[in-house]
Structure formats: C-alpha cells, structure tokens
Design a protein around this ligand. Sequence first.
Ligand SMILES: [Ca+2]
Ligand SMILES: [Ca+2]
Length: 187
Amino acid sequence: MTDPTLEPRSRSPWAITSLVCSGVVLFSVLACVALAAWQSEGLTQVKVTALDADKEPRDHGIPLLKQKEALPDYEVQIVTQDLFNHKLGARPNQSATDGLVWNLSSPVAVHEIVGIRLLDQDQLVSDTLVEVPFSRQPVEIDNYRLEFQTAHSAAVGVNSFFRSPLGVTIATAFVLAIIVIGIGLFL
Ligand SMILES: [Ca+2]
Ligand SMILES: [Ca+2]
C-alpha cells in the first residue's frame, strides 16, 4: 500500500506506525459494518395460537364461577445467551385460539436468542407451558403454534457487535490505533 502524499525519503518509524494504525482503523470500521450487517436480524413479533381450546390452562375448573377470569393468562419471555429474560408481558384472561400477538418495541437479535418461552401467569409462580428455540418456520409443540417475525435493523447489528467478544476486540484495536496516531501527530 503506497500513499502518494508520503515521501519515501522522509518516512520515519512513526510514519510507518501511523500507516499501520490507519490500516487497523480502516479494517476495524469495515469489520464493524460487515459484522453489524450480518448480525442485524432482530425478532420483532411473536404470535401464539392455541390449537385446542379445551386443552388450554384454566385458573379453575368450577362451572359458572368467574368464567372470564378462569381463562388463561398467557405471557411470553425471550431468553437470550446472557440468560436475561426479556418479558413481553401478559395477556390476562384471553384464549389464544384466535392467535395472540406480542410486538417487541426493541427487537432482540435472533442469534442471541436461546429460547422463546410461553407461560401461564399465576399469582405465585407462572407455569412454563412450552419453550422453543427461534425458528423461521412456524413451530407446533403440544397445544400451541408459535410464529415469529423478524426485521433487519442497524441498531440491532451495532448493539450485538459491541456485545460480542470479536466486536469488543475490534473496537479496542480501533481505539488503540487512534491513540497511537494521535501520539504520532504530537511528536
Ligand atoms: Ca386467568
Ligand atoms: Ca393463570
């Protein structure tokens, strides 16, 4: 790589170092863009459909008493690699036979998702009904069909870049290269 603005005769060790550092900066920026684009797919919507209303959980089985309240209280959680539970909230007293939809206000990167969990919320401990890995195809398990929608976004890509060890390494190389170039300018 030759830079016409640099005269070979006057090239000091610092000039070579800054040239190398400029290369590192350029490479880091390109790697950031490439990795961010590659990891930019985020989960935006979860749809849950119960296949058989008779098999949905109920809070009690007493006839005529509070039939509306007895309906299931579905809740969806997204579990990510850092074992963080993204709680999407509950839908109290609603059957899922017509399909219930949860939209994510901030999409979760799909490559970070370990599982998508459907629960029936309860006053003490919510019961996990099913848990499935992320899938681009609809998943049918037990009494439920789960469908997922995704979208690509720069925010998801950049966030997951800075959370990955490779991203942190590249960002560190970028910062060090900038510091070295900065020192070189003052010498
Ligand atoms: Ca209920
Ligand atoms: Ca319940």
